[in-house]
Ligand binder design. Structure first.
Ligand SMILES: *Cc1c(COP(=O)(O)O)cnc(C)c1O
Length: 415
């Protein structure tokens, strides 16, 4: 009997997993060669048992860290009871969660969906319907350059970054973009044909860039003057991330939007998005004008309700540990000439370099840190809200090594 010749080199489990995806998954993601298997608190482990400090939380999603005991408990319990029942019927948790979200946001009503992009789409429909009720010409939208609002045709139509748009044009008509620091241009762009103004108060994909109070005030004032809706995209900068429930609550006095969209951390890893509105904006949509099969499912609502309850206890911690993290990064940054600025609020932190720094992601991986680079030159950190000062110290030690290596390679020595 003939025996098959066994291959001499054994392919690792991680390599097999990566090869399988390369063959069968649509190649829309440039992934790092890391296969994650489990997580606990602020740490994750790969299939080979290596441990990493997670400073990115799945791009701001795993905000309570991994395997949070209270989240694990409600998922287990609800999974054995009822996961989904459709929006044809009521269940115990949608109304409870909507009430809780109203209390923390100051906005009366919630529509439930499953992602940030879906929330953006729904908000665009509200804006369009609102404008149309006033006049057929009132259909323009004002958004900002360097913004990011999701990946659907509607969402990229209001996303002010060519790289997300160019292959899909022509997009929705009637969208005007304004430079993100230019409050006068923003005021000038809003007129009687404007149905909505969409802003991220801290731009995420745009490089962790806080807009500043003047932009918020100008947007609110001009939207009111021309009867347009002010929509705030809090998908990345909201739900506890800035140390308040929402970024607009950092302003004193608080300037409420008409519509607010949130998603990423809300379901603690379970897909969940929301569109929240005041009564004025809610009046734009009636029965049958919008819907979602999965939106507001039992499991997702129950988990999000637990997430919001945990968040209430974490907010003060987010502010103190966030301030500590930023001050440590500023200290570190002063030692390296290529560090231009440390920006952010709470646990949404960006460190801008004076050169494209994608390589930092791989260097940090070698130091056992998960980080990300956005807008070419900005090191982005969105750590879990449960991160401790000790874990911040560990992150700083790793980043110091990453920066030292860069200082050598770029011949821009440490001062
Ligand atoms: C991530 C993000 C979105 C899109 O959310 P998805 O859940 O990926 O669809 C929209 N807006 C902002 C500000 C985001 O950060």
């Amino acid at each position: 009997m003939e025996t098959a010749i066994e291959p001499q080199v054994e392919i690792s489990a991680a390599q097999q997993i990566m090869d399988l995806e390369r063959e069968y998954v649509l190649p829309t993601y440039a992934r790092y060669p890391l296969v994650l298997q489990r997580g606990k608190g602020c740490y994750v482990w790969d299939v080979d048992g290596n441990r990493y400090l997670d400073l990115l939380s799945g791009i701001g999603v795993n905000a309570l860290g991994h395997a949070h005991p209270r989240i694990v408990r409600v998922i287990r319990e609800q999974a054995g009871k009822l996961v989904h029942c459709s929006n044809l019927y009521y269940h115990e948790y949608q109304g409870k969660l909507a009430k809780r979200l109203s209390e923390i946001s100051g906005l009366q009503r919630t529509f439930f969906c499953n992602s940030g992009t879906e929330a953006t789409e729904g908000a665009l429909k509200i804006v369009k319907a609102y404008g149309k009720r006033i006049s057929p010409e009132k259909n323009e939208i004002v958004a900002l350059e360097s913004s990011f609002h999701g990946r659907s045709i509607g969402a990229i139509s209001i996303t002010g970054q060519p790289k997300y748009r160019q292959d899909f044009e022509p997009l929705l008509p009637g969208v005007k973009f304004v430079a993100r620091h230019d409050a006068d241009a923003l005021a000038a762009a809003i007129n009687e044909r404007t149905a909505g103004v969409v802003l991220e108060l801290i731009q995420g994909e745009g490089g962790i860039y806080p807009l500043g109070e003047r932009m918020t005030h100008v947007a609110r004032e001009a939207a009111d003057r021309h009867d347009a809706l002010l929509v705030l995209d809090e998908i990345q900068c909201g739900v506890g991330r800035p140390g308040t429930y929402f970024a607009y609550q950092l302003n004193d006095p608080v300037v409420l939007p008409d519509v607010m969209i949130a998603a990423k951390p809300l379901g603690a890893g379970i897909p969940m998005g929301v569109i929240m509105t005041n009564e004025k904006a809610a009046g734009a949509l009636g029965p049958g004008q919008h819907g979602s099969t999965f939106g507001g499912g039992v499991l997702a609502c129950r988990v999000a309700l637990e997430c919001v309850n945990i968040l209430e206890e974490l907010l003060p911690r987010i502010r103190t540990v966030g301030a500590y993290f930023r001050s440590q990064l500023e200290d570190l940054g002063r030692k390296f000439a290529f560090v231009k600025e440390v920006r952010g609020q709470g646990l949404m932190i960006g460190v801008e370099m004076d050169f494209p720094c994608k390589q930092f992601v791989n260097d940090a991986l070698a130091e056992g840190l998960l980080i990300n680079v956005t807008h070419e030159t900005v090191l982005r950190m969105l750590p879990p809200y449960i991160i401790t000062e000790r874990e911040v110290d560990r992150a700083i030690r790793g980043l110091r090594n990453v920066f030292r290596k860069a200082a050598k390679n770029h011949a821009k020595p440490a001062v």
